[in-house]
Ligand binder design. Structure first.
Ligand code: WT7
Length: 679
């Protein structure tokens, strides 16, 4: 490996990336002592145990340690086990920190691995997706691998007919319907790069993402169903593409039967586009490192980061981690409840389960429509065996009451999972008791948009502690470091890092090399180049169990959705009456956090109660419902450093009634007093 010490300096940021003015090291007072052993038959028959036996490992710890040390050999074996290559790779890993190339020289396509090889083989009549529409009067649809292949091919040919070619970007702005994965796979098939934008973003959120990606085509729907009502979606696209010269066509799926204006020469109905296409389409032979998708996620600034992922890595780790962590067998029905608009949907609704040839559930709508029994009905009717959801959903059901899980027989479940934010031990126990009959293990998986797959997670053989994602997975070298890059001692916390690359790691930010290097690689560069900084704080207990404590940067987690404080602030400031804004996350028992905004109005604007909901709605219009501020406060000033940076940490401490720490270095320490205590 080349010696790159000091290179950080030449990138132009002295001393590395400062972590939101916080110390990396903290200590923990609470320690979880309950341990839940894995059920013996589950552990014995698990996919991971079969592999361990074959390799002669005596214990899980030994296996995790060995695969970490020998990560290149490990991923080489996994790439050969889980993926089919058009042409073999010549080199497993080329690591020039901070740039990794995996499976160098290999030719592959994730659409081939996810669909074609199953459709052409023994799994052709196996159901790939079970789709449950939200309206109760619409029937469940089952899509086999053979059906899926035809539908993907027709759209792939349709996109080609619109002039979409390898390397072009296509934005996908759709609800949770089968056409969404189909659109992603159709892009992958022809080598186009998809950029899925969560449908809970508004025209503004879509516009900035389409502009940045310079997409040629946007795929959307006329509308979608929410709580039984058809709502329009296409008008957002019209607004979002009014000033995007790159967009040549908008392809519209008829989903909700809503009358939408169609612009001649630009807008195309999906059903008309695919009707005339052949259902045969060869997969483009992609280089392992060719880009598969961009997914925008939130960082510390107001500008979303376009995280780039590649074909090769995506054929390997989503499938392998899904097989090992959730023990997916041919007979399982897998339900990952995440929306495809987020990374969880990319890796574990689309690429992971399809590459494994598994059967997945897709549900279009709200968990409480028509009431809180809906999920249990879906689990029961479709014999869902493995359920993967978010702590916010668990806490919502917990609040709704114990009676709902009892409305249907859900004994078909055999394994549960959690993702997106820390799951508090109380919710963990409730989930186990009420979804898992008091006995099912919960796989709490820690990972990120950037990582593409789980990094820290239990296996079905791991003794569990409530609220802990346990240990780094096989093939990873994840650790918790203090500011000097020393692993933290048990009981203390630090920065979660990865000391080695992995196949589905992000490769870059779309057209922003400086930010890529700065955000993930600069912090420890001068001590140990190639150390990936995840952006989370974590602790390890005396047995080495990880507990995630949350973000080190100014990024919110609202109902598990990642939103940047800065993005909401700039949405507020875009209102003509607002001069400045500071946004913090307030702890919430269901959503984890809710958004609270402190707003400074322009001179002469009266601070009236009526203006508060107007500003909150303005954020919804600009960014989308996902970023709706729960409470707005008016203030005359907000605490700032001398260089003008808003001190959100100080605002948050004061607002929540916690010690604010040393504020003597602030430019305006008196502003702290005026921050109200929020309930
Ligand atoms: C951030 C990444 C990865 C899928 C969904 C979120 C938090 C994620 C956990 C977990 C505690 C978690 C972290 C991480 N997070 N999973 N099991 N326990 N925190 O992806 O939107 O990129 O967010 O979500 O803070 O950095 P994302």
């Amino acid at each position: 490996m080349p010696d790159l010490r000091g290179v950080g300096k030449t990138w132009g940021f002295k001393g590395g990336y400062k972590l939101a003015e916080q110390k990396a090291t903290t200590s923990v007072l609470y320690e979880e002592t309950r341990v839940f052993e894995a059920p013996r038959d589950l552990a014995e028959n698990s996919n991971v145990m079969q592999w361990m036996k074959k390799k002669g490992f005596k214990s899980e710890r030994e296996m995790r340690a060995w695969t970490g040390q020998n990560f290149i050999a490990f991923w080489d074996e996994m790439a050969k086990t889980y993926a089919d290559w058009f042409e073999p790779y010549a080199q497993v890993l080329n690591w020039q920190p901070p740039y990794a190339k995996w499976f160098v020289g290999g030719k592959i396509n994730v659409a081939y691995n996810a669909v074609d090889r199953h459709a052409a083989g023994a799994k052709k009549d196996k159901v790939a997706y079970i789709f449950v529409p939200e309206p109760v009067d619409q029937p469940t649809q089952k899509i086999t691998y053979a059906d899926l292949a035809k539908r993907v091919n027709k759209l792939a040919n349709g996109l080609k007919s619109l002039g979409v070619a390898k390397g072009d970007r296509v934005s996908i702005y759709m609800p949770m319907i089968p056409e969404t994965p189909i659109a992603m796979l159709a892009c992958a098939k022809i080598g186009a790069i998809h950029s899925v934008v969560f449908s809970g973003f508004s025209a503004g959120g879509l516009n900035s993402r389409v502009l940045d990606a310079e997409s040629k085509v946007v795929i959307t729907t006329d509308g979608f169903f929410r709580r039984g009502k058809p709502l329009p979606l296409k008008p957002n696209v019209d607004e979002a593409t009014a000033n995007t010269p790159s967009v040549k066509n908008v392809v519209v799926v008829k989903r909700a039967g809503i009358d939408v204006p169609m612009k001649a020469g630009k807008d195309v109905w999906y059903h008309e586009l695919v009707a005339k296409q052949s259902d045969v389409c060869e997969s483009e032979k992609m280089d392992a490192e060719d880009r598969l998708f961009i997914l925008y996620t939130s960082g510390t600034t107001g500008k979303p980061k376009g995280i780039e992922h590649v074909h090769g890595g995506y054929c390997v780790t989503p499938a392998q981690t899904l097989s090992w962590v959730f023990d997916i067998k041919d007979s399982d029905v897998w339900w990952c409840t995440a929306d495809v608009g987020w990374i969880t949907g990319h890796s574990y609704v689309v690429y992971g389960p399809l590459c494994l040839g598994a059967t997945s559930m897709i549900y279009e709508g709200s968990p409480d429509y028509p009431d809180f029994s809906r999920w249990f009905k879906i689990i029961n009717e479709n014999k869902v065996s493995v359920l993967y959801t978010a702590p916010t959903a668990v806490r919502m059901f917990m609040k709704a009451g114990d009676k709902w899980p009892k409305t249907h027989d859900i004994s078909c479940l055999r394994l549960l999972g959690s993702v997106g934010e820390p799951i508090n031990p109380e919710a963990w126990i409730w989930y186990r008791n009420n979804f898992g009959a008091g006995k099912l293990p919960i796989m709490d998986t820690w990972w990120q948009t950037e990582t593409g797959c789980f990094l820290v997670s239990p296996l079905p053989i791991t003794p569990l502690k409530p609220g802990s994602p346990t240990f780094p997975l096989p093939g990873f070298n994840v650790d918790i470091l203090d500011e000097d890059a020393n692993p933290v001692p048990p009981g203390s916390g630090g920065n979660i890092v990865s000391n080695s690359p992995w196949p589905s790691m992000l490769r870059a930010f779309f057209r922003d090399e400086v930010r890529y290097k700065k955000e993930y690689w600069s912090t420890y560069w001068d001590i140990r180049p190639g150390t990936y900084l995840a952006g989370d704080k974590a602790t390890k207990d005396k047995d080495g169990y990880f507990t995630i404590q949350g973000r080190i940067d100014d990024v919110l987690k609202v109902a598990g959705h990642r939103i940047s404080n800065a993005e909401v602030e700039s949405a507020l400031v875009s209102h003509p009456k607002v001069a400045e804004a500071a946004v913090i996350g307030k702890p919430d028992e269901v959503k984890g956090e809710v958004i609270v905004a402190f707003v400074i109005l322009k001179t002469g604007i009266e601070a009236t109660e009526d203006l508060k909901p107007i500003l909150a709605k303005h954020v919804r219009t600009v960014l989308g419902p996902v970023a709706y501020p729960e409470v707005v406060y008016f203030v005359n000033d907000v605490p700032k450093t001398r260089s003008g940076k808003i001190m959100r940490r100080v605002i948050k401490a004061k607002a929540l009634g916690n010690p604010v720490g040393d504020i003597s270095a602030l430019a305006n320490p008196e502003s702290v007093e005026a921050i109200p205590l929020i309930k």
